[in-house]
Design a protein around this ligand. Sequence first.
Ligand code: ADP
Ligand code: MG
Length: 262
Amino acid sequence: MAETEQRKQAAAGAGSAAGEEPILSIRHLSKRFGSLEVLKDISFDVRKGEVVVVLGPSGSGKSTMLRCLNRLEEPTSGEIIFEGDDICQKGVDVNDVRKRMGMVFQQFNLFPHLDALHNVMIAQMKVLKRDRAEAERIAHAELERVGLAEREDHYPDELSGGQQQRVAIARALAMDPHVMLFDEATSALDPELVRGVLDVMRELAQGGMTMIVVTHEMSFARDVADRVVFMDGGVIEEQGAPEEIFEHPRSERTRAFLGEIA
Ligand code: ADP
Ligand code: MG
């Protein structure tokens, strides 16, 4: 709780205020693959500095929802208003959207032939056109932030899964995203490596980053989320403060899911 309060204050310091326009507003988002309706009229808002944790069983549409947000998937209908613009409209620069919305996947997808430092530098130079010296300075800083200052010259196969995922987070942060999306960032890790990655995510949240986090880590959801969204069968079954969702779930499906996970 204290942690959440601290972060809210940090976020307030970063220019957020209650009642401000949401940074991201998802309205009536639907997505079908052929005849399969995967997302059915999903609506929710995310405010600056807010951490929204998305829970739900496998196949409920969590990944598809995140992928629609940064346009890795084309929504079938609905609106996604990001920093004032509907990013589903024709003519929207998808690369510009992705610059402002960083994403971390279950698989780290680092370049195997580049060391950690250069993995964090490359998109900065190619996409943001930063010069080498600046990209390197920022890569140093981001790797330090995720606790890997001493591993900069290590190649992915010389790093643990947890360290590789932290490099992937540093790579995303180096692009100065306004929102970070995490899709089961710790699900591929050996249990003893999960903690280090969650700690990095916690610190990011405390620093005021706006985050949408799909995870099965219930203690992270309880401690760090400002709001929990529970998805099932392509709909938002229930959403609310973590205390509400965990202590007093209204929906039978939420109760069943939490019962199985616990
Ligand atoms: P979750 O992340 O909650 O496990 P997903 O978003 O990955 O759920 O998947 C939701 C549903 O959409 C599943 O039934 C899955 O098989 C289906 N699906 C996801 N991606 C595709 C795709 N590219 N083509 C067809 N079906 C897909
Ligand atoms: Mg998924």
